[in-house]
Design a protein around this ligand. Structure first.
Ligand SMILES: C[S@@+](CC[C@H](N)C(=O)[O-])C[C@H]1O[C@@H](n2cnc3c(N)ncnc32)[C@H](O)[C@@H]1O
Length: 247
């Protein structure tokens, strides 16, 4: 998939529409704690950090220092630096501007399908991580996207996901540089308190899956979502994604 470019407007739309409420991420917080064993003072490299929501969450949850690597200036400008906590870094996964063995874990949130060269990115992560450190990949993968809320209401988005790197492809890229897969877990997130709130916050501009749809497909999906929200007004907007761990 081609890299997405972000200007100030789309970066702000990303923040407003795609950043998740912290309380909706409990299962993710617990899974990362179990899989990564992060402790205060450790360093995490967040590759493709976007507006820095996960970087800030990791710092707050685990007391770690986060190097928030993000190539798009408009996204990086929204990362709030925290002294000793979150450091925005201009860079790309394929050429990380970081020293060897400087990090205790890597986080790649919704980014593997944006990378120009996954194999180069895996080599770079091997270089900047200390031996034994985990790579935590949070993504939607082909054949595993049926419980993603967008796929539920906009089923045509599954065709876009079919073009993403598969679990096997990502695993192979990392295995070729010495990592092995230690976990693959499907995890829930509460994207909004209700389907109605989720629909209100939805921004087509902020989401490459929705942007790829025709106007008609988008309108049909929105109508389905609004109808479900009207029928089940108290239903929380829960979406599932995978956590793939390699170390
Ligand atoms: C969908 S956003 C995810 C942002 C954040 N990780 C999150 O979960 O909210 C994908 C991000 O990856 C960045 N990106 C695209 N190509 C990249 C590359 N080659 N290396 C690092 N980041 C990249 C984009 O600029 C964008 O901010």
């Amino acid at each position: 998939m081609a890299a997405t470019s972000y200007d100030a407007e789309s970066a702000a739309a990303y923040r407003a529409s795609r950043e998740l409420p912290r309380e909706g991420l409990t299962a993710w917080r617990e899974a990362v704690a179990e899989e990564a064993g992060l402790a205060p003072g450790m360093t995490v490299v967040d590759v493709g950090a976007g507006t820095g929501a996960f970087a800030a969450a990791f710092h707050d949850w685990f007391g770690v220092r986060v190097l928030a690597v993000e190539p798009a200036p408009a996204m990086r400008a929204l990362i709030a630096p925290v002294s000793g906590g979150v450091e925005p870094v201009d860079g790309r996964a394929e050429a990380l501007p970081l020293p060897d063995a400087c990090a205790d874990a890597a986080w790649l949130g919704s980014v593997v399908h944006h990378l120009a060269d996954l194999d180069k990115a895996a080599r770079e992560l091997r270089r900047v991580l200390v031996p034994g450190a985990p790579v935590l990949v949070r993504n939607t993968f082909p054949g595993r996207s049926q419980d993603d809320l967008r796929v539920r209401f906009f089923p045509e988005t599954a065709e876009g996901v079919d073009g993403y790197p598969t679990v096997e492809r990502v695993t192979a890229a990392f295995e070729s540089v010495g990592f092995r897969r230690t976990a693959l877990r499907s995890l829930p997130q509460q994207s909004a308190s209700t389907l109605g709130v989720f629909a209100d916050r939805l921004s087509r501009d902020a989401d490459s899956k929705l942007r790829a749809l025709s106007d008609e497909a988008y309108a049909r999906g929105l109508a389905r979502l609004r109808a479900a929200a009207a029928e089940h007004p108290a239903e929380p907007a829960v979406s599932w994604m995978d956590l793939l761990v390699l170390r």
